[in-house]
Design a protein around this ligand. Sequence first.
Ligand code: GCO
Length: 473
Amino acid sequence: MKFIKILFYLVIVLIAGYFAAIFYFHSRDPLVKWDWKKINTDKVCYPKDFLWGTATAAYQVEGGFHNNNWTWWEKQTRADGRPAILNHDTCGRADDDWNLYPLDIKLMKKLGVNSYRFSVAWSKIMPTPDSINIMALKHYQELCDTLLANGIEPIITLFHFTYPFWFQQIGGFEKTENIKYFVQFSRIVYKALGGRVKYWVTINEPVVLVYSAYFIGEYPPGKQDPKLTAVVLANLLKAHQAVYNAIKQMPGGQEAKIGIVKNIMQMDPYRRYNLLDNLIAYFADLNFNQSLLSAFSTGKFHFYMPGMVNKKMLLPDLPQTLDFIGLNYYSHNAFRFVGDLDKSLTALPYPGEPLTDMGYTVYPEGLYRAIKRIAKLHKPIIITENGIADSLDTQRYDFIKRSLYALSKAISEGYDVRGYFYWSLLDNFEWNLGYSQRFGLYKVNFKTEKRTLRKGAKAFVETIDKWQRECFR
Ligand code: GCO
């Protein structure tokens, strides 16, 4: 009889624990699913001084790179014999934006934008540890002057996945002592461009970078080392903090608006009430999203992968090193426990969810969720990237309309979003996927470098035009 009583209470406790766990998992970032047939995506409005822009990155659009970690990577073959870059693509001339930027600024004007996010090429500016290429700095000064002359505000990313090969050879961000080289580079750039540029991003997507370069090894230096993944991520946070403090101490630096860019990808359980699906999603979120968000909200960095790595670090001043937070949003993942852990960590779409060319689920509601999630940092938010790989241009119009509706809804609920940058202005080099993906509002023929505005881009142009007419009233 006593045994039955104990068993009964045990079952009650287990059931209660199950529901408590499910409630906890779902309350952190509740799944949102809208019936787009019932939503009028024309009913949008944005703040009067909103930043509307497009985003690019130097290595993906400029062309003319040498002695860079990616030009090295393009020559590598992976252990399984695959080329490091799909189809053996190389960045090469890319969009030739280094030379064609005056044309590209005209194309921006046609969109009606008032800002432009781009990155500067460390390997062009500092081809060796102790040299500065003045002509490269002059190029960026002229680029900024042309943007400003056209009423377009520049926002610069200092480190967007690429650095000089000499930096990789000395260990890159694997070594804390190398942070000083990034600080030195940042100071040189700020000194040359600070008078022209108010908004600065230190690092683009540190978690995507370390996951791609050190966990799955798809980006240079192509390592697969969970412990090193955590070390490099910690060093990138230290590097962000060091650059923030360095610029703030420079002439005019107090006025600079400095942030970092976080890619938020929701990690959802495939089966909403399956405890194992929720647990996998929880740990995926813990590393991909929460590790950086916690570091910037509490100053406590914790990167934990059960059985692989458990790195903690205190950065008590980190929460004070954000004037804004950049948010990149593309999609969400669902996880289903299928017995084998590796297979269970394969991101899935929910049944019936459409996919982009990159295999991401088309989930524009996720932008609304991502804004609500990142707003917990209590910093002004700039959507620094949002876009879709859609070579046929069949999904782009609706994706943009729905994403901008999600943005407008978040703003109408009081979330402090200051700007939105569409990825991307032009089709460009998509890292290890080479030229296989088409993200541009402008389609690019890479043989002729001809730019052609896509029909789907109309959604972006229409929304900005409506904002100017109605929200300026
Ligand atoms: C990223 C980078 C961009 C990508 C874009 C499309 O998020 O990986 O910021 O350089 O090209 O996001 O994948």
